[in-house]
Design a protein around this ligand. Structure first.
Ligand code: 5RP
Length: 234
């Protein structure tokens, strides 16, 4: 058990990773998110498994998280074998006080949303730099589209006065493919709020998934220099 004093020696991302790992108990199947905060959670979970002989299984939202979990000694099962998921733990790019999330800066959002939506509890781990007043404040909204639908979806979003473009790879010399083999549009919507954007994107043909996670989080752990605060679903 991490004490408050231990917690004050950790950086905010470590604090929230450690809090979430404490929720795990033997017998659980635990979903692993993707990103630097999810990585810290994987390390903490593996430490608890080793030191407290926890009997747990994990499922990963990305290749990188699967490899990291295996290297850390966690027992990874494929998504195909999941009958249920006790908890899913992941970071986020933006969070509002009403627990709307923006995710998908990486390229694994389809699997992240799949696991988050099937988990009994979805724990979100962020530091206070991720808190925003409105979704889209700091980041464009990532939208995964079927590869041959990118231009048609862009045309459709332009009618909603959305601005943005196709995501390129790190070298900038080719398009970026998501883990699911799709293309990604990074879009800004000036006239619509997150609830309107969520509703529109969810029914637009050609869109496979998008980065707004609405009504999904169970608890958001927010780490800061003064400790961890919790936002809880009502
Ligand atoms: C990846 C994500 C990540 O959870 C999000 O980008 C946060 O990353 P980090 O923990 O590195 O700040 O949504 O698709």
């Amino acid at each position: 058990m991490t004490t408050q004093q231990d917690e004050m020696t950790m950086n905010p991302k470590q604090q929230v990773a450690s809090r979430a790992a404490e929720i795990a108990t033997s017998g659980m199947i635990i979903g692993l998110g993707t990103g630097s905060t999810a990585n810290l959670f994987i390390d903490e979970l593996a430490r608890r498994q080793r030191e407290q002989q926890l009997d747990i299984q994990v499922v990963a939202s990305s290749v990188i998280s699967r490899v990291k979990a295996q290297q850390a000694g966690l027992r990874v099962i494929p998504i195909e074998q999941l009958s249920h998921l006790d908890m899913y733990v992941d970071g986020a790019d933006e969070v509002t006080t009403s627990m709307l999330l923006l995710k998908g800066r990486g390229q694994d959002l389809v699997c992240e949303k799949l696991l988050a939506s099937h988990a009994t509890a979805f724990y979100v781990l962020v530091d206070d730099s991720k808190m925003v007043e409105r979704i889209g404040e700091k980041h464009a909204i990532p939208i995964e589209v079927m590869p041959n639908a990118a231009q048609l979806v862009l045309n459709c979003l332009a009618k909603l006065r959305a601005k943005g473009s196709l995501r390129l790879n790190a070298a900038g010399d080719n398009v970026a493919y998501s883990a699911a083999g799709n293309l990604i549009l990074d879009m800004q919507f000036e006239d619509l709020d997150a609830a309107q954007i969520n509703a529109l994107l969810t029914v637009t043909p050609g869109i496979v998934e998008h980065g707004i996670f609405a009504d999904m989080a169970t608890v958001v752990f927010v780490g800061s220099a003064s400790g961890v605060k919790l936002l809880e679903a009502k």
